[in-house]
Design a protein around this ligand. Structure first.
Ligand code: S3P
Length: 167
């Protein structure tokens, strides 16, 4: 059963989940929850360090636990990390939390937004690997989502308004 009043944002790195999520939460009087931030708070460490010390698997395990731990929350906007869809077991959990909105962005747009961002271990890879990762995840985001919002060439405000018209 879906919990009341949450909105779940999924999408690739740089798709705007955090900026959109914060404004959406403010405008709709919900509490903003950022999964990556929660993981950093729980561990007292940064995401690059968690990847370095525990590997991607270790990070995914923490991400899955943090997602599950939200099951009693209501009235929130939940912003997820881009790889939340990597574990199939998370798909149903995402949907249980609330309507899932996929923020889509093209590779070109993402590259322009992130440039050479070094806070994301999976973005600090050669361009071909970044591109392959996006292509591999695209159908999975679509499969997990109730709604798709294209964010290319749109302001954060426009995206938030579009989401509000969908929920
Ligand atoms: C990841 C995306 C990041 C963060 C981690 C892994 C991914 O979150 O969870 O670096 O696998 O795509 P953002 O999507 O908020 O950048």
């Amino acid at each position: 059963m879906q919990h009341m009043n949450n909105i779940v944002l999924i999408g690739f790195m740089g798709s705007g989940k955090s900026s959109v999520g914060k404004l959406l939460a403010e405008q709709t009087h919900r509490t903003y929850i950022d999964l990556d931030q929660k993981i950093e708070e729980d561990t007292g460490d940064t995401i690059p360090n968690i990847f370095k010390n525990e590997g991607e698997e270790g990070f995914r395990k923490r991400e899955t636990e943090v997602l599950r731990a939200l099951s009693s929350r209501e009235g929130t906007v939940i912003s997820t990390g881009g790889g939340i869809v990597e574990r199939k077991e998370n798909h149903d959990v995402l949907k249980e939390h609330g309507p899932v909105i996929y923020l889509h962005a093209s590779f070109e747009e993402i590259s322009a937004r992130l440039e050479d961002d070094e806070s994301r271990p999976l973005w600090s890879k050669p361009e071909v690997e970044r591109k392959n990762l996006l292509e591999k995840r695209l159908p999975v985001y679509k499969e997990c989502a109730d709604e798709l919002v294209n964010t290319d060439h749109k302001s954060i405000n426009d995206v938030v308004n579009e989401i509000e018209s969908l929920i």
